[in-house]
Design a protein around this ligand. Sequence first.
Ligand code: ADP
Ligand code: MG
Length: 677
Amino acid sequence: MASLYKTPLLRLKRIGPKKAAEFSKLNIHHIGDLLRFYPRTYEDWSHPLSVAEAPLNETCCIRATVTSASSPARIRGNMIIYKLIASDDTDDLHLTFFNQSYLYDRLKQGGTFLFYGVIRRTAAGYEMASPQVLSPDHAGIRPIYQQTSALSSRSIEDAVRQALQLLPPTLNDPIPDEIRQQYQLCGLAEALHGIHFPETPAAAEKARKRFVFEELLILQLGIGLRGSRKTPSTEYRITTDHTGEFLQLLPFSPTHAQLRVIQECIQDMRSSPTPMSRLIQGDVGSGKTAVAAAVCYTAVRNGLQCAFMVPTEILAEQHFQTLSRLFQDTGVRLALLTGSVKAAEKRRIYDCLCTGVIDLVIGTHALLSEPVTFSRLGLVITDEQHRFGVAQRAALASKGHSPHLIVMSATPIPRTLALMIFGDLDLSVLDELPPGRQTIGTYLVDESKRERIYAFLEKHISMGRQCYIVCPLVEQGESDLVSAEEYAKILQKTVLSHCRIAVLHGKMKPAEKEEIMTSFAAGEIDILIATTVIEVGINVPNATIMLIENSDRFGLSQLHQLRGRVGRGSEKSYCIMVSPSTNPATMERMQVMCRTNDGFLIADEDLRLRGPGDFFGTRQHGLPELKTAKLSDMVSLEIVRTAAQQILSEDPTLSEKKYAPLRFEVSRLFASTEIFS
Ligand code: ADP
Ligand code: MG
């Protein structure tokens, strides 16, 4: 299909430069992109129901005849309301339209139409507001595309219909024939028609299944090809293990899991000439920082420089303080490098890193900046890995000669998905929490409990404890939600006026944020009202209450991260989630939080409910975006892996002619990820 990929959209009717520009916003530049722009969902107009048999409060399609129309009425300003009644043998359906006069003109009495919308039952009878309308000859399954403000699903559909007609009689199918037969997958042409304009729901599913397979196959092959590239050997071998010495510095005894993971890392750095490449997964509070510190200590003692990169300045500052304290009498020389470090100090750090005077630098993205050079960078650690992309990790590593790599993640993802995302990393799991941790009492409550919540906060504050209150980020036009600032003002003026309250959000200057975090950590603030900037890593053991407003706005893994900010000391801690939602699915999701403190269970549940696409919140994990595959498809990952291995064992570089279309798709999927650059 290579030639079709290059055909510009302008070839199609009803697409001029302006519309083509709108398509570009959806990353559709050529006809090939358009054909691969699959519907988000479908509307099933193929089996219209009668009024009486239609399910209530669900979207459905009704076939009925217009029997009466009342005249238009003006309500509120420019709004005109049209009311009609359409009937069939079973009952009447009251239809309401707003402002759509053209529709009203079309819906002549006696005419039969298909109405698509949600039916409700009211005192007046069955009712449908603002349904879509089609003539009965258009019954069928209709594709619904992701639309933009200037590009409707219908106009995308029109373009796709034309594009399908341009398909040549035979297509180069990226999935080789024998694989297709072996796994019973339909051909590319059938799949393209089936995914855009299926005749039946089963046809759509058959097409989707093929594209999921194709997508996962291409992904596996891409990862496989990447893995087969020879990793250069490292010059930074470790000869002596200084963990024993390090443990003397720790104010606590390490857990078994911590000891094991430290050993796994040191073993990696000692044995093979290939540099270590290891993902450390550990639930919130499992003590990843101490593990990182231990590995850094041995690395430094072996003459290496270490860089520790974290996603936020607050976290960098905090790690810097923790590690400075830990290493204070050891001679390990540390530095903190973030965007807000003063220029003169930055220059000094650049010099010291370049000459090797600093052993361990902790910082943010600032570490990636061009003037940062090292004399012997041997170990690179990134914390909260999912916040960084593969490219960023590689950028830091390229400042040394194949340094050892550790990435740490608090998001415990299932093994299959981890392998898929981090394909080439070894995995260590910190599956044990430090002793004495109490489970965090977690409660889901509604507005009616607000007074009691504040009384609860007050009681704990009077006992010397501190609280976080998290408000979701307010987007423009969301007038029903209160921003963190407004929230603080309200509390300060009313119920909690005698408490020391401060606000922390992402838009503040780094110095301001740091000042607030420092005084919160010092106990000078009772209540910290924040957006999710506090989600990552922060450690203030005296904070024992986490109150999350509009908790339905957050994903489960994010809620778990937020909750992980409390329960870090010996005091009993609480997480209170407030939500106005009554949606059963939302409630079910949040109840998971009340049932368990286990991050692994929560992540599984999150994946089940949301799919891997959304799982990381942002799409920064360095993998290409998957268009069709969902979590439920991950079970087929193993099958696809076998198919990929089968292909690669036959042709490790995909250079045979029969794999040319597949190779083309692999490079296309990975084009935007820099994995192959
Ligand atoms: P995370 O894995 O979430 O990054 P941290 O490294 O921030 O966890 O550790 C959480 C808290 O637990 C810190 O206060 C840390 O000092 C403490 N901690 C870590 N390991 C142990 C241990 N073995 N025993 C007791 N406390 C520990
Ligand atoms: Mg951490």
